[in-house]
Design a protein around this ligand. Structure first.
Ligand code: SF4
Length: 454
């Protein structure tokens, strides 16, 4: 008699927010897949829809509520998780029929809510999970989260109250995951956390044995520099995000100069004026940062620094803002994003005096963007004529002459955040994820243009 394989329940997923939330979604989906669930690409085919929310800014909360509303209207069987899940009352007040609300990183809770809403048929025929888990990013790059939470208390931020204090993963677990990802085709690892430089502080940098094919039983400390060194042996691009300029960051720069770690640092400076940094309660707030940036570039001239800034923080004077503009002239950061200060419900900064009118925030924002666009344009123009390694993200359709173009990124470009390198006349043999040399022929404010080197 033939065995009837029960069709597995299907889960839809809407993932909002930052790369950290994306990694959470991947983790949840990996677990559900191993529990026998299938994924649904649309609302109609889903037995239950998960909405992974972001609650960082009030505007992100609104977006999360809109996404829940859409999932309720389209499907009606909805489980909410993620940062905004910590505000279950707000969600239930608006959508009393959601099936469950769980907070950020409550993987077990969200998975058991799915089991309850749509029980999985278990048995020998459930799909096997790929070794490297399920990914929402393209196969050639992967985010690796090394810790959760944060020990700082920046006055504009509610992440510590949403996610708690720093909890670092074991270095051997991170390295095993990275090895598996590389074996599965990942060419670029994006290391993320709330504070990458603080990695391992909570577990007293305790060493563990790295038993993978590359680790071969060696001891690795739970420390940013040791982890960077070990990741550097995997032979792929490794990009460090959310790095604060603590002194030990200096030790990572030689690894970049040697080509082991991608020469790229994402440092969320947020401001430069000491007065504002103090009110923001920023970590690693020290006067010598400019000097250190200079010495990093002496060791590794190709180092790209990306950062974000907040303008119009309460109490920011015109002098403070001018200080920031002058600082940017000195620092010559390659990539800069900026936000106009926005009070976030529950943030300590809301109680600070000196709130600025919206027009002032807007005017400063425009001045900052003008300044950083000019710096970026000049820094990109200096790359014209050079040959740089690029990773292929997308291959286009042939144009009327049959020529193929491709969208790539240099080591200076993190996916989805920075610019691109647009390539003309690429070979039909080229595939997404290939790393090739490109001759840079032109540049604008954000992107480079070129052709594959022959
Ligand atoms: S370092 Fe500051 S801004 Fe970043 S997560 Fe921690 S408290 Fe928030």
């Amino acid at each position: 008699m033939a065995t009837t394989i029960p069709s597995p329940p299907k889960v839809g997923m809407v993932s909002l927010g930052c790369p950290k939330a994306l990694v959470d979604s991947e983790r949840i989906l990996t677990q559900l897949r191993s529990d026998g669930y299938q994924m649904s690409a649309d609302y109609a085919g889903a037995d239950v829809v998960l909405v992974n929310t972001c609650g960082f800014l009030d505007s992100a909360k609104e977006e999360s509520l809109d996404a829940i509303g859409e999932a309720m209207a389209e499907n009606g069987r909805v489980i909410v998780t993620g940062c905004m899940g910590n505000e279950a009352d707000v969600i239930r007040a608006r959508f009393p029929d959601v099936l469950a609300v769980t907070g950020a990183h409550q993987y077990e809770d969200v998975v058991s809510a799915v089991h309850e809403a749509a029980p999985a048929a278990r048995g020998a025929f459930v799909d096997l999970v790929p070794d490297a888990g399920l990914k929402l990013t393209p196969r050639h790059y992967s985010y690796v989260k090394i810790s959760e939470g944060c020990n700082h208390r920046c006055s504009f931020c509610i992440i510590p109250s949403l996610r708690g204090d720093l909890v670092s993963r074991r270095p051997d677990a991170i390295l095993r995951e990275a090895e598996k990802l590389v074996a599965a085709g990942t060419k670029e690892l994006l290391i993320i956390s709330q504070d990458t430089s603080a990695y391992g502080v909570d577990i007293k940098h305790k060493p563990q044995i790295w038993n993978g094919p590359i680790g071969q039983g060696r001891e690795v400390r739970a420390h940013m520099t040791d982890l960077a060194e070990a990741l550097g042996e995997l032979g792929v691009w490794t990009r460090l995000h959310y790095v604060y300029p603590y002194p030990h960051v200096d030790k990572v720069i030689p690894l970049m100069a040697e080509g082991k770690i991608t020469p790229y640092l994402d440092i969320p400076f947020q401001h430069a004026a000491p007065n504002v940094l103090k009110r923001m309660k920023r970590p690693a707030n020290e006067a010598k940062v400019l000097q250190r940036v200079k010495s990093w570039r002496e060791i590794c001239p190709d180092l790209t620094i990306r950062s974000t800034f907040v303008v119009g923080f309460p109490g920011e004077t015109e002098d403070d803002f001018q200080y920031l503009l002058d600082w940017l002239d000195e620092a010559q950061l390659d990539r800069v994003g900026a936000f106009r200060f926005e009070p976030v419900e529950g943030a300590a900064a809301n109680a600070l005096d000196g709130a600025l009118p919206e027009e002032v925030k807007e005017e400063r924002y425009q001045r900052l963007m003008e300044k950083t666009a000019a710096i970026s344009t000049a820094r990109l123009a200096a790359k014209v004529g050079r040959t740089l390694p690029v990773i292929i993200d997308e291959i286009g359709e042939p144009d009327e002459d049959g020529d193929l173009g491709a969208t790539a990124r240099s080591q200076a470009d993190a996916p989805e955040i920075d610019g691109n390198v647009f390539l003309r006349n690429v070979s039909a043999q080229l595939a997404v994820g290939d790393i090739v040399d490109a001759v840079i022929e032109d540049a604008d404010e954000h992107d480079l243009f070129g052709a594959c080197a022959v």
